[in-house]
Design a protein around this ligand. Structure first.
Ligand code: APR
Ligand code: ZN
Ligand code: ZN
Length: 361
């Protein structure tokens, strides 16, 4: 039977979001209903609201969430009612060509719940990234739930479901940062700071944070950066080379998503080094590089989707490291807010002093 709960809806392109009653169906085969305890406000939610992702309004926003499984449908074995879980937006299928080759982190056929959540009048909702967790309860595919140690605070755990995982994974999975490496991170918002924290966790010897905003550089230092460069006033390529014996960094992580910062990343790495693009560009952006430099500088130019994470492998591991005091995920939570405050949180995003606002239920 469907349940009535409150959720945050984006009704139409550019319109303010509002809290409405939504209907959450009971879980069908392979599905789970999760009682949400916390959900972070991500830029992607704002992009949905602005119509930048698709026109399938109304959206049920929210996707960086943790909560407790309330009920599961037929055939669900991966989780059970009462499990504390982090939601992910890439439930792997196990059968596509990537999964069959043992690379499920690239799964090309990830899935979501089949049934739709609706408004009271029956209007179907499009859940953000197949999750929709600015709601007291949401319906997902059971594979979107990853069980983790319930000792972690939900507000912290939920962040691993998107931006923080993307950043940490860009460093430890995609960039394969390891002990003694030099790393530069260009763009130190939530994702870039997570890449800094991930690099520290991996044992990087030198972590250079680059941003155009000094406040962001301050935060990056707290996350583990060893050096900072304000690229508004200093050429970041020269500065990174200077800080790495004149050579460039072993791994440079681009966490802005712009051609000019990508170019900086490309030239700020050492010969045979790695560039990781985790910032997401927009469709009109183009990149022009001398092909000879692409060849001659060698190494690897990689993109990082969701930090190339495998939720079942990475979420419990990162929660455990956090609980051991080796990864301060709490530092990413700037403020906790109520369900009615999401619109205000979007406004605060622009002011640049918030890493994450987290809705707590
Ligand atoms: N050079 C360096 N830093 C820059 C530049 C630039 N030209 N332009 C912006 N920045 C910095 C901003 O000052 C900010 O600190 O990049 C950071 C971007 O951070 P946020 O806006 O908080 O975004 P975040 O959530 O970290 O996401 C970054 O990763 O997953 C993607 O879609 C996401 O493309 C976005 C990127
Ligand atoms: Zn697959
Ligand atoms: Zn997100």
């Amino acid at each position: 039977m469907a349940q009535q709960v409150r959720g945050v809806i984006a009704p139409g392109k550019g319109q303010p979001v509002r809290v409405e009653t939504i209907l959450v169906p009971g879980p069908g085969p392979g599905e789970a209903v999760v009682k949400i305890q916390a959900c972070g406000v991500c830029h992607t939610d704002l992009h949905y609201k602005q119509g930048g992702i698709s026109d399938d309004f109304p959206f049920l926003l929210g996707h960086e969430a943790a909560g407790v499984v309330e009920a599961v449908g037929e055939g669900v074995r991966e989780v059970a009612p009462g499990d504390f879980v982090i939601l992910n937006w890439r439930a792997v299928c196990g059968q596509c060509r990537a999964c069959l080759r043992g690379r499920p982190q690239y799964c090309f056929d990830t899935h979501n719940a089949r049934q739709k959540m609706t408004l009271e009048d029956g209007t179907e909702l499009s859940p953000a990234l197949g999750i929709g967790a600015f709601a007291e309860k949401t319906l997902v595919a059971a594979g979107q739930c990853t069980k983790v140690d319930p000792k972690v605070s939900p507000a912290v755990a939920g962040l691993l479901g998107c931006g923080v995982m993307a950043g940490i994974g860009a460093a430890i999975n995609t960039g394969q940062v390891s002990r003694g490496d030099s790393v530069a991170v260009i763009g130190c918002g939530g994702v870039g700071d997570a890449a800094v924290a991930g690099s520290r966790l991996a044992g990087a010897a030198r972590i250079i944070a680059v941003d155009i905003d000094d406040r962001k550089l301050e935060t990056a230092l707290r996350m583990g950066a060893t050096h900072t460069v304000n690229s508004r006033t200093t050429d970041p390529v020269e500065a990174i080379r200077e800080l790495t014996g004149g050579f460039g960094a072993d791994v440079v992580i681009e966490a802005v998503g712009r051609p000019e910062t990508y170019e900086q990343a490309f030239y700020a790495r050492d010969l045979a080094g790695t560039v990781v693009l985790v910032g997401v560009p927009t469709p009109e952006m183009k990149l022009e590089l001398p092909l000879l430099d692409v060849f001659g500088r060698g190494g690897a130019l990689k993109s990082s989707w969701y930090g190339d994470c495998l939720p079942s492998r990475d979420f419990p591991m990162l929660v455990d490291l956090h609980l051991q005091g080796r990864l301060d995920l709490g530092a990413f939570v700037t403020e906790t807010i109520g369900l009615g405050d999401v619109e205000k949180a979007f406004e605060r995003m622009h002011e640049g002093d918030v890493l994450r606002s987290v809705v707590v239920f």
